[in-house]
Design a protein around this ligand. Sequence first.
Ligand SMILES: Nc1ncnc2c1ncn2[C@@H]1O[C@H](COP(=O)(O)OP(=O)(O)OP(=O)(O)O)[C@@H](O)[C@H]1O
Ligand SMILES: CC(=O)N[C@H]1[C@@H]2OC[C@@H](O2)[C@@H](O)[C@@H]1O[C@H](C)C(=O)O
Length: 397
Amino acid sequence: MKKSIEKLYEIAQAKSRRIIGLMSGTSLDGLDVALCRIEGSGTDTVLKLEKFATVPYQDDFRDEIRKIFAKREIDFQQLCLLNPYIGTTHGKMILDCLGEWDIPTNDIDLIASHGQTVFHAPKKQHKLSGFPNATLQIGDGDHTAVKTNIITLSDFRQKHIAAGGEGAPLAVYGDYFLFSKKGENRILLNMGGIANFTYLPATLDSNTVFTTDTGPGNTLLDAYTRRFFHKPFDENGEIAASGKVNVILLEELKSLPFFKLPFPKTTGPEVFNFEYVEAAIQKSKLTSLTRQDIIATLTRLSADTISEAIASVTSPDEKYTIYASGGGAHNIALMNAIRENLPSEVKLIDELGVSGDAKEAVLFAVLANEAVAGTQSHFGQKDGVPDVSMGKVSFPE
Ligand SMILES: Nc1ncnc2c1ncn2[C@@H]1O[C@H](COP(=O)(O)OP(=O)(O)OP(=O)(O)O)[C@@H](O)[C@H]1O
Ligand SMILES: CC(=O)N[C@H]1[C@@H]2OC[C@@H](O2)[C@@H](O)[C@@H]1O[C@H](C)C(=O)O
């Protein structure tokens, strides 16, 4: 047997594995690196987050990605160059983290690399007959594997699509395995650039687990805070708190067809971008809006669409607890608006033992663990949660 296959076989059979989960999301703020010790698989998964860091992207790296990010027309060479470049850069960032943590690379069994989403095109959005759901993550796993000398699993979303999904949200798998609690209905709400949630029933019945994107999390806030205030984001929601929600603009923004589509659905910055907001401002014929009012209105838009999505998949007399994660959980204005909208308690996922900033990276480590050591199916033919293992294997040698 080839040495690399033998090594993977040993990793799969070991009592526990050390897996580095990576996430670089739609906010382009940096690479989240979560070193996890994982024992077991499926609902028997026991995970310890040993180390976590967000390696911030340098401005020039982010600018290179922005040249093609969520754009319909791009320089194809730029896409071609970024694929290996991101793979290698992420590999270098991992080596830097391991150096800082004083952990040798051969102590790590696997890397689970999400890559960088550069375009997301579910059928509901592209509407081109004959073409499937589609999504594209770049940052090739072979390059990360060779750079780090660690077996790398990557490109998790394609199998999800091949098996009937939209390629997202993938958090649902790890959410169910790690955070389900008998006797408590839980909503795991992640607010990154885009917001999504997983509903985990108190019965633990995987047939009633549900997941969907809801629309914008921080992506519009970031775009407008960058433009008006020359800051990367509205820290703690302070700008939003100083403005007033404009109801006319809010209603115009909510009239987007995406919000009328049935759940589950997925989306991205291809839909929720600057042009969408500018068009809504034009259409509302609002000339005297302050910059603070625009940020306050966009914050309310995220809060309302998240709350309406949660309300529409839960019954009014059902008790549940929301556990928030992602950068948006630090936005006090956003969190308060969700609390005003919904009757449930809104807590931080940190209360369940995983930092909200690390959660998505941790969940990709769980997906890699399932791919090599998972033994059981869990979700049957549930809409949006195909029962498949995900991730392609890249060997360093
Ligand atoms: N202190 C803070 N106050 C307000 N917002 C914050 C704060 N810290 C982070 N954020 C927001 O969180 C964003 C980053 O969130 P996160 O890293 O969860 O997103 P992502 O993983 O890139 O996106 P996605 O989950 O859509 O792929 C920042 O761009 C910013 O808008
Ligand atoms: C295509 C893509 O990268 N989608 C992301 C994005 O960011 C949030 C939301 O939209 C979610 O559906 C997904 O990421 C998380 C990690 C997921 O798959 O669960």
